[in-house]
Each structure stands twice: as structure tokens, then as C-alpha cells.
Write a protein of this length. Structure first.
Length: 374
């Protein structure tokens, strides 16, 4: 009798497992099961199939997101997401600027940010967020194909932050003041004698130059910074100088984000601004998102993270950014533009050292001040 009951229990368990498999997809592979076990042993949440995520997302039915997207870009992303997932109602609000980030961080730490499911994570205050994010093993799920997210754009240290965009450093120039042939294609080209004495513009906050450390090493980068200072460039702060460049005040700008140049080009009535890639091309992660630990709708949030790095999501980011997509997503504008070029890529481990390198380079520059601040 006992043997009969045991056999019955086993048979019922088998049919229940078969039922779950039919609902949630094919049986998980050994590698997927191993990844799930490893993730869960470290306190992470690992969902073994996309069907499981979708089933739970349908029960949640809504998303509330804090995003860096504005206006038409935000509307287009929401509309496209809802077209793919019509069962989801989306509410998204914009966040941007140091004051807004600091205010939100205080709310998050005090437990008053429970309304939101996903949050845009600013590079300026990146380290503040990980303790307050849901411990989804997004990296593991991406590596196993549960989520269609390139593994390279998931924070390999925290495993639950997705970078949907990249920051690529370039030079900008006024083609009416300097010909394309005279604009250097390398960083060292700015050390030529003909560029000495206020011949080009440099930002006093050297994020772009610091991004050369992965390719060059810190010693070579600091030596380069000292030599740039000896060239006596025009010291400025930020990309607003591009407007003056378009009007003919400056001819050449070394090291700024390509998105800033493309945005300035779109507003340039003189049609004089051009982009020049400098090799090695500095690339770093940007535009990161995560799911908050207090999220009421975490599975819809996962779909939102995934959608923004899909071909359709990247197309929207590129259209309205402009070029706000990721270098590491095939088909994005930046992925196409830098194909075949040598890169200086800031991986997730090195990204933590960026601020330290910036301080050392500022010292190598001689602590310059932007001219308009004098």
C-alpha cells in the first residue's frame, strides 16, 4: 500500500512538472539550471524562462518608470513598448539634473520611492543605487538567453543594471575655419607644433582623456595630459562652446561626447560643425536603468529594460538622442559608426576608477579654469 501511494505521488508530481513545462516552455537546459542555482545561492532572483516573466508581467499589468527620455522620445518609447505588450499600462516621468537625482536618492533611501518600478541611474551618483535595486540576476538571464539583452551592457559587478547607451568621445571642428585634412585622426596629433597657442579647445573636466587609460595606461595618459597643457589650449567647460564654434569663434574642440556634437549640428544654421573620430576611440557605458527593490511590478520592469536595448528601442534612442543607443548593440548608430576602429573601452571594473583618473589628469593639466569662469 505504501509503495502504491509513493508511486502515485511520483506520477502526480511528474504530470504537474509536465504541465508547468508546457506552460512555461521547454525543459531548462543543464547550463541554465546551473546558472539559476548559482544565482540563487548568492541571493539573486533568476527566472528560468521568458514565458515565466511574461506570465507574471500580465498579472502586474502596469509600469511606473523614471526615465531620462523626454517629450517625443518618451512617447515613442512608451507607444512602441505598449504595441509589443498591449496588456501593460505605462506611466513614465522624466528625471535629470544633479538636484533631481539627489532628491530622489534621499527619497529612495528613506523608503519613499515605492511608486516607481524602474529608475534611470545617473553616472554622477551611480554608486548610490545598487543597495536599493532588486537583486535580479539580469546578467545571468542575459547570458542564458532568458532575456534578449547583450551581456556586455549589464553591470558585471552588480549584475542587475543595464546600460542602454554609450558615451563616445570625439573631436569637433568648424569646417569653414579648418579643413578636414588638417584635423587630426589621433589624440597625439594635437601635440603637433601647429596646434600650439590657443589653436583648439579642451574641457577642464577631462572625462574623454581619462577614458584613454584602458588603451594607454595611466602613465602614458598623464604624460599626454601634461603635453596638452603645454600646447596652451583654450580651456572651457562643457559642450555649450559648440555654439560659439559654429559662429566661428573657435575652430577645433578636442574630446567631447559625440551626442553633444550631433545635437549641436542639428541646431547649427551655418552648417559648419563636423565630427572627427580620434583613435583610439574612447567608449564608456551610459544611460543605465535598474529595477527598484520596492518595485510593485518587477517583471514588467524587466521587459522594459529588455525592450530599450532591442533593435526597435535603440532606433528610438538614436532618432531622438541623437545617437543615444549603445555601441554594443548591433545596428545602433554608434555601433555602425565605430565599426573597425580601435577602441579604448571602459569596462565595468575600470569604470569605478574614472573619477580618480579625472582628478589626476586635472592635476597634470595644472588645475586650469574655464575662461568664462575667470
Amino acid at each position: 500500500m505504501i509503495k502504491f501511494l509513493c508511486a502515485a505521488v511520483l506520477l502526480i508530481s511528474f504530470w504537474c512538472w509536465m504541465g508547468d513545462s508546457r506552460v512555461l516552455g521547454a525543459s531548462p537546459s543543464p547550463s541554465l539550471l546551473k546558472a539559476k542555482q548559482e544565482a540563487e545561492s548568492k541571493g539573486f532572483i533568476f527566472l528560468a524562462s521568458k514565458d515565466e516573466i511574461l506570465a507574471k508581467a500580465k498579472e502586474e499589468g502596469k509600469l511606473e518608470a523614471l526615465t531620462f527620455l523626454e517629450g517625443n522620445a518618451k512617447k515613442s518609447m512608451i507607444d512602441a513598448f505598449r504595441k509589443k505588450y498591449p496588456f501593460v499600462q505605462v506611466v513614465a516621468e522624466e528625471i535629470g539634473g544633479t538636484d533631481e537625482y539627489q532628491r530622489f536618492i534621499l527619497e529612495m533611501k528613506a523608503g519613499r520611492a515605492k511608486r516607481w518600478d524602474t529608475v534611470h541611474i545617473s553616472n554622477q551618483v551611480y554608486a548610490e543605487y545598487p543597495p536599493y535595486l532588486k537583486k535580479f540576476d539580469v546578467l545571468g538571464m542575459a547570458e542564458q538567453g532568458v532575456l534578449n539583452i547583450p551581456a556586455k551592457i549589464v553591470d558585471s559587478n552588480n549584475r542587475n543594471i543595464v546600460s542602454k547607451g554609450s558615451q563616445v568621445a570625439v573631436a569637433a571642428y568648424n569646417k569653414k575655419l579648418i579643413s578636414a585634412e588638417k584635423v587630426s585622426t589621433t589624440w597625439e596629433g594635437f601635440l603637433k607644433p601647429e596646434f600650439k597657442g590657443r589653436k583648439f579647445v579642451v574641457d577642464v573636466r577631462p572625462l574623454s582623456v581619462a577614458n584613454l587609460v584602458p588603451a594607454w595606461g595611466l602613465e602614458k595618459t598623464l604624460d599626454f595630459a601634461k603635453k596638452i597643457a603645454e600646447q596652451k589650449p583654450v580651456w572651457v567647460r562643457g559642450s555649450r562652446t559648440l555654439a560659439s564654434m559654429a559662429l566661428g569663434e573657435y575652430s577645433l574642440y578636442m574630446g567631447l561626447n559625440i551626442a553633444s556634437v550631433l545635437e549641436a549640428q542639428a541646431k547649427d544654421l551655418t552648417k559648419s560643425l563636423e565630427v572627427q573620430f580620434l583613435e583610439p576611440v574612447p567608449v564608456r557605458f551610459g544611460s543605465a536603468d535598474g529595477v527598484l527593490a520596492t518595485a510593485a511590478r518587477p517583471h514588467v520592469a524587466l521587459l522594459w529594460l529588455e525592450f530599450q536595448v532591442s533593435a526597435e528601442g535603440q532606433e528610438i534612442l538614436d532618432k531622438y538622442g541623437p545617437a543615444d543607443g549603445s555601441v554594443y548593440v548591433a545596428g545602433s548608430v554608434l555601433n555602425t559608426m565605430i565599426r573597425g576602429k580601435p577602441l579604448s573601452s571602459l569596462n565595468w571594473d575600470l569604470q569605478k576608477s574614472l573619477d580618480q583618473w579625472v582628478r589626476k589628469i586635472v592635476e597634470a593639466y595644472g588645475f586650469p579654469m574655464a575662461e568664462k569662469e575667470r
